[in-house]
Ligand binder design. Structure first.
Ligand SMILES: Cc1cc2nc3c(=O)[nH]c(=O)nc-3n(C[C@H](O)[C@H](O)[C@H](O)COP(=O)(O)OP(=O)(O)OC[C@H]3O[C@@H](n4cnc5c(N)ncnc54)[C@H](O)[C@@H]3O)c2cc1C
Ligand code: SF4
Length: 552
């Protein structure tokens, strides 16, 4: 059936359509209803339930939550139960972990007022609060298309059609997507949002900003031996197993009943095509100072997600006719703190306030320039401005000197000045890979099945599930380029940067074949960022597919 022959889509009209039920989308929805209970607000979420696709550390700065739900601490159902008690930073070599004294850290790095927990569970707790205020939430529906009016303004989104077979034919279960039309549409898709990326290109929202930057964050949740659990202890490290020219580091958070969240972030501007972030993470857990925490424990979940790292100078223009970007769709992570939840919530509330004011003034479908003009002077802008040079200095000077300079610059910014101005990020992450011939393949240790694991048993713990008979949602624009460049020049880095074993080069008599095991995809979006030619585009699969994270 051609596009012209497709049955028409049904449509529903709202005041505000929100794409994504993460902290930014839910905060925007709740704030809109707090400001005006009569507004019609809808949220679509591609996960099978709210929280199913959420992955974060998470040590959460409560500054956002305090504004949204001031009495959250008195709510017995709130999943944030563990306040940070002990906050440690380490520099790791292969055999030792050297603790950096806390007094060296600028005050903004202090975490003692923060709470440890699962962001997915926080979203699961926020969603019914939004619904109680009258917000409609539709999990299991991916926003697959932006809808524009005749003047080029966003007028809403369409959810994806369901029941399309892998070959494009329509199955008996075929159902047309829905059009959700809004006076304003807020895009809260998180890091590397698929529609947000299209909007950034269409309206040249990044014309005056630095390239966006990302890391890949891998995370596991463990239940550990109660005797080793130190509720409220958080640790961050940098150094081994990464070399000095590869940015990244670990986090390890003790919370709730014997739970430990352990994760590893690798900056996606790494240059070695043989590097495997997944295997670096597995290796990290075998460090003598780390392995003892997990020995005798049980790994209960695994996942991965891109994290935005461009910060202040990479934030694109946030507003365009008919809508705006909020949260990590724009990129509000404070990189040295590895914290974006408070700013996702802050930007969601800020946008909501400007949307409510515009609707109150009888406006619709125009550009929310007031939101764009307001964010830099808001708490979100101020939070990012102070740390704006940490990532570019790290990238430019390597870990040892770059982190020290970044720390120095954060101290200066705390005192109100900077010797570095605003540093540039130079190039996008996909352009930083070297040709494979300039590097040697890395022999990673085999997983022992106790502390370190392989990808497939890990993906199993993410409860990832996709309808198998559907079009592949990883779109390779030019398969020949994939062979001549990704395979021949870069030795197939997709096999290593993908944390879920989706990509494989199968060597056959007729030549290498690029195999895409799309059903394993955990929606981290790394391929969309790191393919050296920008040749892979992630699009939403059928709604409800993907990971089913619990407690991430
Ligand atoms: C490994 C890691 C560790 C982190 N640790 C911390 C930490 O300790 N503290 C902290 O504050 N921050 C941390 N962050 C950052 C923090 O998680 C993000 O800043 C925050 O989640 C951003 O919120 P968001 O609402 O913008 O996006 P997200 O949390 O990514 O939520 C986006 C939602 O939109 C949905 N969605 C996306 N596209 C569509 C679509 N087209 N249709 C329908 N639904 C869609 C997604 O399924 C998801 O539910 C970490 C991030 C990572 C990756
Ligand atoms: S296919 Fe892409 S989005 Fe999916 S898990 Fe692999 S790198 Fe992440």
């Amino acid at each position: 059936m051609s596009a012209e022959e497709l049955p028409p889509r049904e449509s529903m009209e709202f005041d505000v359509v929100i794409v994504g039920a993460g902290p930014s989308g839910l905060s925007a929805a709740i704030r809109l209803k707090q400001l005006n209970a009569d507004l019609n607000v809808v949220v679509v979420e591609k996960g099978s339930e709210v929280g199913a696709h959420i992955l974060s550390g998470a040590v959460i700065d409560p500054v956002g939550l305090d504004k949204l739900i001031p009495d959250w601490r008195e709510d017995a159902d709130c999943p944030l139960k563990t306040q940070v008690k002990d906050d440690r930073f380490f520099w790791t070599t292969a055999t030792s972990a050297i603790r950096l004294p806390n007094f060296m850290m600028p005050p903004l790095m202090d975490n003692h007022h923060c709470y440890i927990g699962s962001l997915g569970d926080v979203c699961r707790w926020l969603a019914p609060k939004a619904e109680a205020l009258g917000v409609e939430i539709y999990p299991g529906f991916a926003a697959a298309e932006v809808l524009y009016d005749d003047n080029g303004a966003v007028r809403g989104i369409a959810t994806g059609d369901m029941g399309i077979a892998r070959d494009g034919s329509h199955k008996d279960s075929y159902t047309r997507g829905m059009e959700l039309l809004g006076k304003y549409t807020l895009f809260a898709e998180g890091a590397r949002g698929s529609l947000s990326k299209q909007l950034i290109a269409k309206y040249s929202l990044d014309a005056k900003s630095e390239p966006s930057k990302f890391g890949i964050g891998l995370k596991e949740v463990w239940e550990i031996d109660p005797a080793k659990h130190q509720k409220g202890l958080i640790q961050h490290s940098f150094g081994w197993p990464l070399n000095n020219s590869t940015g990244g580091g670990s986090f390890l958070y003790h919370y709730d009943d014997n739970k430990v969240a352990v994760g590893f972030v690798v900056h996606l501007n790494y240059d070695d095509p043989y590097l495997s972030p997944f295997d670096e993470f597995q290796r990290f857990k075998t460090h003598p100072a780390i392995r003892t925490v997990f020995e005798g424990g049980k790994r209960i979940s695994y996942g991965a997600r891109a994290i935005t790292e461009g910060g202040y100078q990479s934030v694109p223009r946030l507003s365009f006719p008919g809508g705006a970007l909020i949260g990590c769709a724009a990129g509000f992570v404070n990189v040295p703190r590895i914290k974006g939840v408070h700013n996702a919530m802050g930007s969601g509330m800020l946008a909501a306030e400007h949307v409510a004011a515009a609707l109150g003034a009888g406006r619709a479908g125009d550009e929310l320039v007031e939101y764009e003009n307001a964010w830099r002077d808001s708490t979100v802008g101020k939070d990012l401005h102070r740390v704006r040079n940490v990532k570019p200095l790290w990238s430019k000077f390597g870990t040892i000197i770059g982190v020290a300079l970044g720390g120095f610059d954060m101290w200066c910014n705390t005192l109100g000045f900077s010797l570095f101005g605003t540093q540039s990020h130079a190039k996008p992450d996909r352009k930083t890979l070297d040709a494979a011939k300039t590097h040697t393949p890395i022999a990673y240790p085999k997983p022992d099945g106790k502390l370190s694991f392989d990808k497939l048993s890990s993906v199993f713990l993410s409860n990832t599930n996709h309808e198998e008979d559907q079009p592949v949602h990883l779109k390779v624009a030019d398969m020949n380029l994939q062979k001549t460049s990704e395979h021949d020049v870069y030795a197939g880095p997709s096999n290593r940067y993908c944390p879920a074993g989706v990509y494989e080069w199968v060597e056959e008599a007729a030549g290498p074949r690029f195999q895409i095991n799309a059903q394993n995809c955990v929606h981290c979006k790394t391929c969309d960022v790191k393919d050296p030619n920008g040749n892979i585009t992630w699009v939403p699969p059928e709604g409800g597919g993907g990971p089913n994270y619990q407690g991430m």
